[in-house]
Design a protein. Structure first.
Length: 173
């Protein structure tokens, strides 16, 4: 880190190598597209490079870099919400985009997953993130608190509110 702070490009390349995949995964869970995740990961590294002199070595570097990624992604999501999104509707069963299912039960399972996925997309990014860490990554409260740099009680409150918001979205369907 000290070498990178002093402008050593090779030291910064080592940082990129070490954090590229974890940051990409972290961002992907919020934006859900590879292209946008790759762009936001790159934007995060640009911000890290430009502001590396602001890093406080007494604090964990991973917390600092993931915070930059989180706020970069939140900004992008806010801007995206202002733009009009594209809505894809598949209503024909003979569409090449709708696979054939072996049973009605399998179709119902996939439809439920799509409902949950759509409901998650409507949640605020910080709710989506905490739910993702808890359910998909199977992190403990303590691990989530460390990842998001928040107290455990705050994580419990966020999870409660996120679950309640998700339940409301699913009931509207």
């Amino acid at each position: 880190m000290r070498a990178a702070i002093q402008g050593d490009v090779r030291a910064f390349e080592k940082i990129v190598t070490a954090y590229e995949k974890p940051l990409f995964s972290f961002i992907y869970k919020m934006v859900r597209t590879r292209e946008d995740s790759a762009d936001l990961t790159q934007e995060t590294f640009v911000k890290v490079y430009l502001h590396i002199s602001d890093y406080d070595p007494s604090r964990p570097f991973s917390t600092w870099i993931f915070s930059i990624a989180k706020y970069t992604t939140y900004d992008w999501l806010r801007k995206k919400q202002k733009r009009q999104g594209t809505l894809y509707i598949i209503d024909k069963t003979d569409s090449p985009y709708v696979p054939e299912y072996k049973s009605g039960k399998e179709f119902e399972m996939i439809a439920n997953k799509m409902d949950i996925s759509q409901a998650l997309e409507k949640l605020q990014p910080h709710y989506r993130r905490v739910l993702s860490l808890f359910y998909f990554e199977e992190y403990s409260y303590k691990q989530i608190a460390q990842q998001l740099d928040k107290p455990i009680n705050t994580i419990k409150t966020l999870l409660y509110r996120a679950k309640r918001a998700l339940r409301r979205e699913l009931q509207q369907k």
